[in-house]
Structures are given as C-alpha cells and as structure tokens.
Write a protein of this length. Structure first.
Length: 263
C-alpha cells in the first residue's frame, strides 16, 4: 500500500514539473484572429501583467523594417510571449516578423509567422517587422505574454498601425491620379493637426470626426471641391484627450483614419 502511494506521488511531481518548465514550447497564443487564444504559455495565470511594446509605428512606411522591443515595467521577468501581425481585424499575416535579440520565429497552423522568446525568462527582447507592400492599409500586432510562475500575470496587447499615404509621383505630375486620405500630421498632436486628402476629379466632399466610441464629434467639411491636393486643419482644443477618427466621403470613395489627441 505504501509503495503504491509513493509511485503516485512521484508521477504527480513529474506532471507539475513538466507544466512549470515547458512555457517556451507553447506557441500560437498571441490572441490574433485564428490563433489558439490569448494565454501565452498555457491555460493559467491572472490578468494585470506589465509587459510593454515599443518601436511599433502608429503609421508604417511600406516595406520598411522596424525594430520592436518587448519588455516589462515591473514584477517578474517575462516567462514567455507569443506574437503575430495581421491584416486589419482578419487572420491574414501582414508583413514579415523575424527574430532579434532573445527571440525566435515559429510556424504552426494557427500562426504561420509567429514569434516568441527563444528560451524562457527574459526581461526584454527584440523582434524585426518588415511592413507589407503599399496598398495594404491597417495592420495589427498581437502580443500575449506571461510573467513569473504558473499562476503569474498575463498581458494581452493589440497595437494598431496604418499605412503612411504618399503620393510623391502624383505630386510631381501636378494632379492626383486617385482619391486618397493621408495620415494627419502631427500625430499624436496637441490642439490642432493637419489632414491632407487628394481628389482626382471635382467631388462632393464630407469629412466627419468621431470619438473612439464611434460618436460623431462634428462635420468639419461638407462642400464641393475641385480636383487637386487639399488640406484642412482640425482644431481639437475643445475636445478631451484620446483617440479620434476622421472619415472622408468623396464621391464613391470612403476612408477612415485614426489620430491621437494629447493635452
């Protein structure tokens, strides 16, 4: 009887050790659409993690490579994380993730271009992201990480980046060849920001400003305008700090972009 109890206890200890030290092998939990969820290591832990991401641009230049850093602001080291970059809110990969300091890429059915630490327990690491080709539009970087032991803290982060619109060749030729709503400048901004847009033909133009809950703040432009390169200055001095969206409707063309007001 005693011998059977001893064998059972040893078997239980082996299971616990396997769970506690296998975090680096868990992949596909970045939280992106189509992934295995948001738990970075296995199904355990609590919320309130302190993992931070820097270097991911709010607006990207197509095909440019960016160095992104993962770190934590307090608490235990990062046991493991999983990351992936997707097109819009879908499951299609956006650009290419590559390994940097302390990181490695992985390939599985849920995430064919995933990235995580090459080994467990680091305070920081880097990854390289090569932005997709022009015309891709909004992309999202998903990062889910775990700190400490089996019951440690989990972090789930989603960072959004929009394509930086450039029409250099059209400007040299003197006239836009297509409709375009460009990224505002500066962004983030304090009080006012410049919004640029292009009209290839005479058009009825409407530009509305929305808050992060989708409520319309105001209609800034509602008039007919000639073809050409246009810009307006939006004065947000009467608004609270936060994320806002500006939407253009010109003929059949419609586009929405994101801006950040900081006071």
């Amino acid at each position: 009887m005693k011998g059977k109890i001893a064998i059972t206890t040893v078997g239980f200890m082996l299971i616990i050790n396997s769970l506690a030290f296998s975090h680096a092998n868990f992949t596909g939990y970045s939280g992106a659409p189509g992934s295995r969820g948001t738990c970075a290591s296995s199904c355990h832990g609590s919320s309130g993690g302190t993992i931070e991401i820097s270097g991911f641009p709010s607006e990207y230049i197509p095909e440019q490579t960016y160095t992104i850093t993962i770190s934590h602001s307090s608490g235990n080291s990062i046991k493991q994380f999983n990351g992936s970059c997707r097109l819009g809110v879908g499951s299609t990969n956006a650009g290419v993730l590559a390994a940097g300091a302390n990181t490695a890429t992985y390939n599985r059915s849920e995430e064919t271009n995933g990235i995580h630490f090459s080994s467990s327990d680091h305070d920081n690491g880097t990854l390289l992201w090569t932005a997709p080709a022009g015309g891709t539009g909004e992309v999202r970087l998903y990062i889910a990480g775990h700190q400490g032991g089996f019951s440690g803290q989990n972090s789930a982060l989603i960072l959004v980046s929009d394509e930086q619109a450039t029409n250099i060749h059209d400007e040299l030729s003197g006239m836009p060849s297509h409709y375009s709503l460009r990224g505002n400048y500066p962004n983030p901004f304090n009080a006012s920001t410049i919004i640029k847009y292009d009209l290839p033909v005479f058009s009825d133009v409407r530009i509305d400003i929305f808050d992060m809950l989708g409520r319309k703040v105001e209609t800034w432009i509602d008039e007919s305008q000639p073809a050409g390169y246009h810009q307006i200055v939006w004065d947000g001095s009467g608004q609270s700090s936060g994320v806002y969206f500006y939407k253009i409707q010109a003929g059949e063309y419609s586009q929405t972009r994101r801006m950040l007001l900081l006071k």
